[in-house]
Design a binder for this molecule. Structure first.
Ligand SMILES: Cc1cc2nc3c(=O)[nH]c(=O)nc-3n(C[C@H](O)[C@H](O)[C@H](O)COP(=O)(O)OP(=O)(O)OC[C@H]3O[C@@H](n4cnc5c(N)ncnc54)[C@H](O)[C@@H]3O)c2cc1C
Length: 476
């Protein structure tokens, strides 16, 4: 006789993804008073860590810092069990009779050795939320979990390159592999001069690696304001990094020795050969042929081509944007999707009241948006959204982009230390900013742009670096 099928586990909230957004979601739900059951399912080994240092500190840290060490949340202390598994699929239980067979009092923590069961408490997922599980999630270890709320915090993966042996950088394991492959004197070709490409180029050059960066756009940091890209260009040169703009990669081939010829005699023919089975760890020279016909030789090729949301597991259960993001409102609730689905961090794209869509791709969003999401899930008032803010560190310089800077800036504010550019709308109100080596301007800008703020800007005062920037910004 076959044993009866195991009863699905049941939780109030299932958080998919154990990165910054997942951890902060679990913490924010507890901080907002959720006493029910939360289960965090994360595909990565170990505790949640800070991804931003993987590039900037590639050669100066063995392992990235844990987020718990930075005071951002400790799953055990929060009473949130953390399961190492990947969410494979999710299905809507609407209309499924079995879904009513559900109590919120069972605590997932109780089934996990070493964690403290929390008291059975009926919790709320917002006014009028129906009782009972609404979604069924299947993990790659075969476990099935039912939940009233599913939070997609599965982040993004690096865009894979179609070239044999090319590496990408997204995880701690990627960083370990890249570091091991880059001894001083090694030749690195970075494809893409975006944030991560520029950060790695600077860190590698400082560690004695010979770096070439290939970028199809005519300036680095293509998604940032053009003035900033033009400004950082000089940093590549000062660091001894060769920056080739306006050209792309056509092919990457391993030399025959590296690809492992079937006939050893053929090894003497050192012409390049496509190595479809070659992996990043294959030693040997890569021949990178550019779209303009030039060739660059490399020991390591890093594809820094951007990231795509890790949302394949939602296929069929929720509509996704063409980019793969879950489109959400300001609270993180999925738009046009099932009511149990919420999303946050790099997996989500927030649709603003003015219709603009802001894809998650940066640390500050993953850090702060979970607070609004927790309030939304619990039916509480949400705090005003923070200003959109991207920071970076490259070539020993620091950079920030805030708000919505588009087109040419209105004001430039520079001194010996660095530059701040400011953007205003037609009414002279501040809408965005970028800074290079002007960290002191960042806090007043963040305050000014928080909550969708557009304060009036006194352009004459703002352009005078001897005056405080905050004196140029009208108080609200
Ligand atoms: C090298 C690097 C440098 C960066 N530097 C900066 C910077 O300087 N400034 C800045 O603002 N931002 C930076 N970022 C971006 C920032 O780190 C991200 O915005 C942030 O990590 C997003 O957090 P997240 O939790 O949404 O996603 P992630 O950090 O990607 O976490 C998602 C987690 O979900 C897991 N997961 C994926 N699929 C599944 C599944 N099906 N089931 C279960 N778990 C799953 C993943 O393994 C991962 O652990 C950088 C990113 C990288 C990669």
């Amino acid at each position: 006789m076959r044993p009866p099928a195991a009863r699905p586990e049941q939780v109030d909230v299932l958080v998919a993804g154990g990165g910054l957004a997942g951890l902060r979601t679990a913490a924010a739900l507890r901080e907002a008073g959720l006493a029910g059951t939360v289960l965090l399912v994360g595909a990565e080994e170990g505790d949640p860590y800070d991804r931003t240092t993987l590039s900037t500190h590639l050669f100066t840290q063995e392992a990235p810092p844990l987020l718990s060490a930075g005071g951002l949340g400790d799953l055990d202390a929060l009473g949130v069990p953390h399961r190492r598994a990947a969410v494979r699929s999710v299905r809507d239980l609407a209309g499924d009779d079995a879904a009513g067979d559900y109590t919120t009092g069972e605590d997932a923590a109780g089934s996990t050795p070493g964690t403290t069961p929390r008291p059975a408490v009926r919790t709320t997922t917002g006014p009028g939320a129906p009782a009972g599980a609404r979604a069924e999630v299947t993990l790659d270890d075969g476990t099935v979990v039912r939940a009233r709320v599913v939070v997609a915090a599965t982040g993004a993966r690096a865009v894979a390159a179609p070239w044999p042996g090319a590496r990408t950088l997204r995880s701690a394991a990627d960083a370990t592999g890249l570091r091991a492959a880059l001894a001083p004197g090694a030749r690195l070709v970075v494809v893409g001069a975006g944030w991560i490409g520029a950060e790695v180029a600077g860190a590698a050059a400082a560690a004695g690696v010979r770096v070439t960066v290939v970028e199809t756009a005519d300036e680095p940091l293509g998604r940032a304001p053009r003035v900033l890209g033009r400004h950082v260009r000089g940093w590549f040169e000062s660091a001894g990094v060769e920056l080739l703009t306006g050209t792309g990669v056509s092919t990457v081939a391993l030399t025959r020795e590296a690809a492992g010829p079937a006939d050893p005699a053929a090894a003497s023919d050192a012409g390049p050969a496509e190595g479809p089975d070659a992996g990043p760890a294959d030693p040997g020279e890569r021949v990178v042929t550019l779209t303009d016909g030039r060739e660059v030789r490399a020991d390591v090729v890093l594809a820094a081509l951007g990231a795509v949301p890790e949302t394949d597991w939602l296929a069929g259960a929720a509509p996704l944007a063409p980019t793969g993001h879950v489109r959400v409102d300001a609270l993180g609730r999925a738009l046009d999707g099932p009511t149990w689905l919420w999303a946050v961090g790099d997996a989500a794209a927030t649709v603003r009241p003015d219709g603009r869509t802001e894809p998650g791709a940066h640390w500050e969003g993953a850090l702060h948006h979970p607070t609004a999401l927790a309030a939304g899930v619990l039916g509480l008032d949400a705090p005003p959204p923070p200003a959109s803010y991207v920071f970076s560190e490259m070539f020993g310089h620091d950079v920030a982009v805030l708000g919505d800077p588009t087109g040419p800036p209105t004001v430039e504010r520079s001194d010996d230390a660095g530059i701040t550019w400011l953007w205003t709308d037609d009414a002279g109100r501040l809408v965005g900013a970028a800074t290079a080596d002007h960290p002191r301007d960042v806090p007043p800008l963040r305050r000014a742009l928080a909550g969708g703020g557009r304060p009036n800007l006194d352009a004459a005062v703002a352009a005078d670096p001897s005056r405080r920037l905050r004196d140029a910004i009208a108080r609200r």
